[in-house]
Design a protein around this ligand. Structure first.
Ligand SMILES: O=c1ccn([C@@H]2O[C@H](COP(=O)(O)O)[C@@H](O)[C@H]2O)c(=O)[nH]1
Length: 504
């Protein structure tokens, strides 16, 4: 079972989006545990901390959806601390996911860290620092049933100088959010967000509509400990603030946010009551927030594409790595389009490349052919990826025929009469792909199906059909622009400009 499935099951069974930190901090150990080892000079705090951790797990395992042991507290206790970690991990019921809060930041040790965390300690997810770039994430993402959370924002006030650099309009932390989404799928890569006010949380949610957010330090302005002295007013006030936090952090489906339990709660004598109360208040506020939201986050004629679009993640990543550019672009035909698609960039981004291949493969799997042909140069990597994935031989028609050497029109081996599926990146007029297909045909091959990633629409599929080809596209350009608009990547003016050019 992968991390996302395990987490969703725990959320459903415990009706909770609370994530509880397991921090054996001797400085805040409750008096009853502290007393045990203070009274005996030879005693180690480890035994008391272990009793405390056990008690917390035992009291809350039906109230939270994840536990988050903070590695630093265990390593700070030396070798006995690592033993305490092993025992603590083993005490967590196996159906509750464990997110190891490691904030791992060292590239050189990341392979061994991933192995220890995922294979030896068997945690389900880990927090890592983004500043070593994609390389550090990749080591952990190789474990496809596990997840990582990228540390994106801290609630610590002195962190502002760095994370809000150079200014609040385009702060560094949003660049982190934008960049790291291209490293892994939304099932495998979430964001850790510490935020004392809902503002940063809301901006991160807008920039990452489909990512799981691991919230932390969200309680600075919320009184999450219901007290006997609570007046109706302060209760209402804290519920309102809680609603603001949820409104900022929940995704369009009212999900995608893990709420931390304030560590103060865990130092009390009866944490279960307070955790239950917090869980219920979060659920109440969550219900209120989701009931206030329109079923469809942005109104469009009659469908909510954001929730239905099966390639949502791919479209957003595709955009974020610069494969779709909006502006005025002159096409080979001389026509000016409001966008340009550059599929060639995917080769530099294995995560997106893999998804693109997967999407093409879903189409090719339903077609009959003997070999795959890519149209040079843009579609050669895609055709290669498909040939390897589907285990079919590949060929390609040369763009220009050399005046020396073998003077081949087609590279690769083939037999006349074989059926070729042609793969290209985008159909605008259909000219490039049909020229390629003709070269295959004059070499004695049959071409019936053409598969592209993007269909520019405007009747190009009909043109191909008129010339005897069936064409298949992963996405239509209108699906891409509508999804980007709904996800906030395209503004109203850009969206309308493109829509007008599509109807014009
Ligand atoms: O946004 C674009 C537009 C075109 N291309 C390249 O052109 C051909 C498709 O154009 P046709 O008019 O259908 O021949 C395609 O193979 C691309 O290489 C592009 O990359 N991006």
């Amino acid at each position: 079972m992968n991390f996302a499935t395990k987490l969703n099951a725990a959320i459903a069974s415990n009706q909770s989006i609370l994530c509880l930190g397991l921090e054996p901090n001797p400085e805040v150990m409750p008096a009853n545990y502290l007393a045990k080892y203070v009274s005996d000079e030879s005693a180690s705090p480890i035994d008391s901390l272990w009793e405390w951790m056990q008690f917390i797990i035992h009291s809350t395992s039906d109230l939270v959806c994840a536990y988050k042991p903070t590695l630093g507290f265990y390593t700070a206790l030396g070798a006995p601390g690592l033993e305490l970690l092993s025992k603590t991990l083993a005490a967590i019921p196996s159906h509750i996911p464990i997110i190891l809060d490691a904030k791992h930041a060292d590239l050189n040790s990341s392979t061994v860290m991933a192995r220890t965390a995922f294979e030896q300690w068997q945690v389900d997810a880990i927090t890592i620092s983004p500043y070593m770039g994609q390389d550090i994430a990749a080591r952990f993402l190789m474990y496809t049933d596990k997840a990582i959370f990228i540390q994106c924002h801290s609630s610590n006030t002195t962190a502002k100088a760095i994370q809000e650099y150079p200014d609040r309009t385009a702060p560094l932390y949003l660049e982190v959010v934008k960049t790291c989404q291209a490293w892994g799928s939304s099932e495998q890569l979430g964001l850790e967000v510490g935020a004392a006010t809902p503002e940063a949380l809301a901006r991160i949610r807008a920039a990452a509509p489909e990512r799981l957010i691991l919230g932390r330090s969200l309680w600075a302005n919320v009184d999450d400990l219901p007290k006997d002295t609570d007046t109706d007013n302060s209760e209402a006030q804290s519920l309102e603030t809680l609603q603001q936090i949820l409104d900022a952090g929940l995704d369009a489906n009212g999900e995608g946010l893990l709420i931390p339990v304030n560590q103060d709660v865990l130092t009390t004598v009866e944490p279960a009551n307070l955790v239950r109360s917090l869980r219920d208040r979060v659920n109440q506020a969550r219900l209120h927030v989701t009931s206030q939201r329109p079923a469809c986050p942005v109104w469009l004629p009659d469908v909510c594409l954001l929730s239905q679009q099966p390639h949502l993640d791919l479209i957003l990543q595709f955009y974020d790595i610069g494969c779709i550019m909006f502006g005025e672009y002159v096409q080979a035909s001389g026509a000016v389009f409001p966008y340009y698609i550059d599929l060639r960039k995917i080769i530099s981004n294995p995560q997106v490349f893999e998804k693109v291949i997967h999407a093409y493969a879903e189409i090719l799997e339903n077609l009959h052919f003997d070999r795959i042909a890519g149209i040079p140069y843009g579609s050669l990597p895609t055709a290669t990826g498909l040939a390897l994935r589907l285990n079919y031989p590949m060929i390609f028609p040369r763009k220009e025929v050399k005046a020396h050497g073998a003077r081949r029109l087609i590279e690769g081996n083939f037999h006349a009469g074989e059926t070729i599926v042609v793969v290209d990146d985008i159909l605008i007029s259909g000219k490039s792909v049909m020229e390629g297909a003709e070269k295959l045909k004059v070499s004695g091959l049959r071409v019936e199906d053409i598969v592209v990633f993007i269909d520019h629409e405007h009747g190009v599929q009909q043109r191909l059909s008129d010339n005897g080809y069936r064409s298949h596209a992963v996405l239509k350009i209108s699906e891409i622009t509508e999804t980007l608009y709904q996800a906030g990547r395209l503004n109203e003016v850009q969206f309308q400009t493109i829509a007008k050019s599509e109807t014009g």
